[in-house]
Write a protein that binds this ligand. Structure first.
Ligand SMILES: NC(=O)c1ccc[n+]([C@@H]2O[C@H](COP(=O)([O-])OP(=O)(O)OC[C@H]3O[C@@H](n4cnc5c(N)ncnc54)[C@H](O)[C@@H]3O)[C@@H](O)[C@H]2O)c1
Length: 260
């Protein structure tokens, strides 16, 4: 039985890309605080395991598939009767700069991040509004704020998420539907996505180190729980006056980058 802290008790949440990394940590944290979860991913095996740990439902979903969003929201409303929280978290991060990014890579990245977040927000808002409101949390990145050379398409897609979040927040405020929409901008956090980047860009296999945790700290890389605690805050009523905000969580990495 999961221990319930109750900060999001009784709320129904959908988390995409919940099989791994940040989505997995968000799912575990929201479940601990009493949310009823629908976790989704393209990775069925790992997603099912996260659902088991959270006493949640797993749905296989490709976030870039528009029709899958309609069925996911309909199924959630029919089994839970409401939708309070959506975490648009699923992501991919192929390494390619402006000269090496192929059209296929560009389209794949835009499809998962920009299309996926757009489809998710558009499908969720009417369902949330039926219950008097809700909280949408869009996972962007510090890449949206500074642009990262080896992540050209990713930086552009995360920028799209940042600005669509503000347009959605403004729309929902004008509609008075009670839906809030905020974006989260992590720097490097220790997940498979970053382990892969460290290996490919810096030749460091973090998990093969004698003390991976000491290596994480030495490199200034955050933990998934750091982000999950922020997601929990945005999902809860504690953040009820926050709408259209962009929350950077990077221990001043971006500030230092701008200063250099
Ligand atoms: N880890 C970081 O340092 C970091 C920093 C900034 C932003 N982010 C963002 O956080 C989110 C999670 O990243 P992570 O580090 O946990 O990565 P991860 O690779 O560990 O997890 C990403 C998850 O998304 C799933 N996914 C990929 N494509 C999908 C699709 N089309 N439909 C549904 N699910 C799909 C994967 O199967 C995986 O489970 C991403 O949006 C990423 O861009 C991560």
């Amino acid at each position: 039985m999961i221990e319930t802290g109750g900060r999001v008790s009784g709320k129904v949440a959908i988390i995409t890309g919940a099989a791994s990394g940040l989505g997995r940590a968000d799912a575990l944290r929201l479940a601990e605080e009493g949310a009823r979860l629908v976790v989704t991913d393209v990775n069925v095996e790992a997603g099912t395991e996260v659902a088991r740990l959270c006493e949640a439902e797993f749905v296989e979903q490709d976030v870039g598939d528009e029709t899958a969003w309609t069925s996911l929201i309909e199924a959630t409303m029919s089994s839970h009767g409401r939708l309070d929280i959506l975490v648009n978290n699923a992501g991919i991060a192929p390494i390619a700069n402006i000269e090496t990014t192929t059209t296929d890579v560009w389209r794949d990245v835009m499809r998962v991040h920009a299309d996926g977040t757009f489809f998710g927000c558009r499908a969720a808002i009417p369902a949330m509004a039926q219950g008097g409101g809700g909280s949408i949390i869009n996972m962007s990145s510090t890449a949206a704020l500074v642009g990262i050379s080896p992540y050209l398409a990713y930086s552009a897609a995360k920028g799209a998420i940042r600005s669509m979040t503000k347009a959605i927040a403004s729309h929902c405020r004008a509609e008075g539907n009670g839906v809030r929409c905020n974006s989260v901008h992590p720097g490097s956090i220790s997940t498979p996505m970053v382990h892969n980047a460290m290996q490919k860009l810096a030749g460091i296999d973090m998990l093969a180190q004698p003390d991976p945790e000491a290596m994480r700290v030495a490199l200034g890389i955050g933990e998934p729980l750091d982000v999950a605690n922020l997601v929990l805050f945005l999902a809860s009523e504690e953040s009820k006056h926050m709408n259209g905000a962009e929350l950077v969580i990077d221990n001043a990495d971006t500030v230092d980058q701008v200063r250099r």
